[in-house]
Design a protein around this ligand. Structure first.
Ligand code: THU
Length: 136
């Protein structure tokens, strides 16, 4: 069993970046932070667009930051947003996370008061298709 990831550091990083989100259309700002295999924390926020489908999620930004920094594996994810409901990753972002994460990794969902729920990637994206499903 791997050691429990430092969700406090992920929470701090997601809370810090969330106000910088560009969300003039939904007015729903999201921050995401991930723990990479080398121990680094990378964060991202949603970036919307006047052409609505072109907007990107906070998780996509955090993954891009990790890849740009040289990271290749995700050990944990935390998503932070406001409102009463859980800010769980959208379907596309579940698959984006899967590219770099084992099904067992934890995904924490947080609101202003702290972590509200915790899932594994497998729970959010069961029987997923990942890099190992492709023939080499
Ligand atoms: N959003 C995220 O960035 N991450 C999530 O996990 C859920 C939704 C964004 C996309 C869009 O900019 C806004 O929240 C409303 O859906």
């Amino acid at each position: 069993m791997p050691a429990d990831p430092d969700f406090e550091a992920l929470f701090a990083a997601a809370v810090a970046i969330q106000p910088r989100a560009y969300a003039p259309y939904s007015r729903f700002k999201v921050g995401a932070a991930l723990l990479a295999d080398d121990g680094a924390v990378h964060a991202g926020c949603n970036v919307e667009n006047a052409a609505y489908p072109v907007g990107s999620c906070a998780e996509a930004g955090a993954i891009a930051a990790m890849i740009g920094a040289g990271g290749r594996a995700i050990r944990a994810v935390l998503v932070f947003g406001e409102g009463a409901e859980l800010v769980t990753p959208c379907g596309a972002c579940r698959q984006r996370i899967r590219e770099f994460a084992a099904p067992e990794i934890p995904i924490a969902i947080a609101g202003p008061e702290g972590i509200r729920a915790r899932f594994t990637l497998e729970e959010l994206l069961p029987a997923s298709f990942g890099p190992a499903n492709l023939p080499r």
